[in-house]
Ligand binder design. Structure first.
Ligand code: ZN
Length: 479
């Protein structure tokens, strides 16, 4: 590796308001085309925008949760360009005085902690959508303006990431923070979380950045990593041949796994920004900022650290369990009922996550409630069932929603722990295996495993292995 990769990310996040940023149209996704529109978001002459206060407060939360400084005064600007999905001919955004600046997010890649700076967070309105016709409609395009005027924040990072893994981890953390604060649903399929990546290479040790390319509209975490890896390889080849990277915007083709040129810098727009004359300057006093600060919940990083120190679970477990707030809540409810954090963590990360994943469900919709899972773990503790049986019982609990106790009873799964039944099984096994007894008594003690196996088999797996082991030893050691 001769070159150092430099990555900066710009993420557009849709805020979770009921209505648009400058009018009272609904932001509901999936409505019939152009249903959620009015003269304001259609850009009719003479209409005036009115700023949505909830959108501002969500943007403030996004700033505070990423340690940005909120500008006490910020302004809106017009970014002028023509495109069929932009009825006004301009987008209202924030240029010189964005709502927040100078924040950061901590990421952890391969056990190395790193702080990634956030340059700025600004508010803006979304554009509409072009729908291109297919089959007999081929060659026609339609405009759907339902999305026009949907409130967004754009979160711009410093160019401080050095690999696709770091970029992905930054996005993971950012998404978790936004979900925890509840400012966005971050639904990538619905376009609520969209990412552009700026990528350049420079020889190790060189300070000035190399020429960068911008990858647009990366809409899944998997594609982001693949697109960056592809782009790094492409630029490496260009530099290796002594050529120059061209500054341009590129699109990722997920079918072919390549990036393609969309437009070069020469074709870049001159947006002719100017201050938006229809909106007053936004003043944020300390009282307002502090009131919003109080609404910020415990964030993933703090929670992760608390789980490690309070519950003494590995950093890795804490990272998985805090990936979403619902997952963390589920775990904490379990620990409150049954103070064995590592055992609970293993169940959540193992069998529970496996079933959820198979089923395409989130933990919010998990059919096994924390109290039910604990009911199962208590049956293991009491010796009613073995850990191995518990896995079968759990699967059944997940499918039927029935409590563990009921399933164990119905299926007759209870472990046999009473010594008289086990005594009988052991005697039968010993009677059938005189040779093995002899070799045990001649010093081959490992053969005990064979006997345990035979007894377990005879009990159809229901004998308590610890009791079997104990009783076998007693019998075999009798003269
Ligand atoms: Zn409207």
């Amino acid at each position: 590796m001769k070159y150092e990769t430099v990555i900066g990310l710009e993420v557009h996040v849709q805020l979770k308001t009921q209505t648009k940023i400058f009018c009272s149209c609904s932001t509901e996704f999936g409505r019939p085309a152009n249903e959620n529109t009015c003269p304001i978001c259609l850009g009719m002459p003479g209409v005036l925008p009115v700023l949505n206060k909830q959108a501002v407060e969500y943007a403030m939360q996004a700033c505070l949760a990423t340690d940005c400084r909120i500008n006490p005064r910020n302004t809106f600007d017009r970014k002028n360009y023509f495109y069929p999905d932009l009825p006004k001919g301009y987008q209202i955004t924030q240029l010189n005085l964005p709502i927040g600046e100078h924040g950061h997010i901590n990421i952890n890649v391969n056990s190395v902690q790193k702080r990634i700076g956030i340059t700025r967070i600004h508010m803006e309105e979304d554009a509409g959508k072009l729908v291109h016709g297919e089959n007999e409609d081929q060659g026609k395009s339609y405009v759907d303006l339902n999305r026009t005027g949907t409130p967004l924040v754009e979160i711009v990072s410093e160019p401080e990431m050095r690999s696709a893994e770091e970029a992905r981890e930054y996005l993971n953390q950012l998404k978790a923070i936004l979900l925890y604060t509840g400012v966005s649903d971050c639904n990538m399929e619905e376009g609520s979380f969209r990412c552009d990546a700026n990528i350049s290479l420079r020889p190790f040790g060189q300070e000035p950045f190399g020429t960068r390319t911008e990858l647009k509209n990366l809409n899944s975490f998997r594609f982001i990593q693949k697109a960056i890896d592809y782009e790094v390889e492409r630029q490496t080849n260009i530099l290796d041949q002594g050529d120059k990277v061209i500054q341009e915007t590129r699109l990722y083709d997920s079918d072919k796994g390549v990036t393609r040129s969309m437009r070069s810098k020469e074709e870049a727009h001159d947006y002719r920004y100017f201050p938006e004359p229809d909106l007053v300057r936004l003043t944020m006093d300390n009282e307002w900022i502090e009131r919003i600060r109080k609404t910020i919940p415990e964030l993933p990083e703090q929670k992760r650290k608390r789980f490690v120190t309070e519950h003494d679970i590995p950093e890795y477990d804490a990272g998985v369990l805090t990936a979403s707030q619902s997952m963390a809540n589920y775990y904490e409810e379990c620990v409150a009922l049954h103070p064995h954090p590592k055992i609970i963590s293993n169940w959540i990360m193992g069998d529970l996550s496996y079933e959820l994943k198979n089923d395409g469900r989130e933990i919010e919709d998990c059919p096994v409630a924390p109290a039910s899972l604990i009911g199962l773990l208590q049956l293991i503790d009491k010796g009613t069932i073995s850990g191995k049986m518990a896995k079968t019982v759990f699967e059944e609990m997940y499918q039927t929603g029935k409590p563990a106790q009921e399933i164990v009873k119905q299926k007759g799964l209870a472990q046999i722990s009473d010594s008289s039944s086990i005594d009988k099984l052991i005697d039968d096994v010993l009677a059938d295996n005189p040779k093995q007894i002899e070799s045990y008594r001649n010093g081959k003690e490992t053969i005990i495993g064979y006997f345990v196996g035979q007894v377990m088999k005879a009990s159809k797996g229901q004998a308590n292995p610890a009791v079997v082991n104990q009783m076998l030893k007693e019998k075999l050691n009798q003269p």
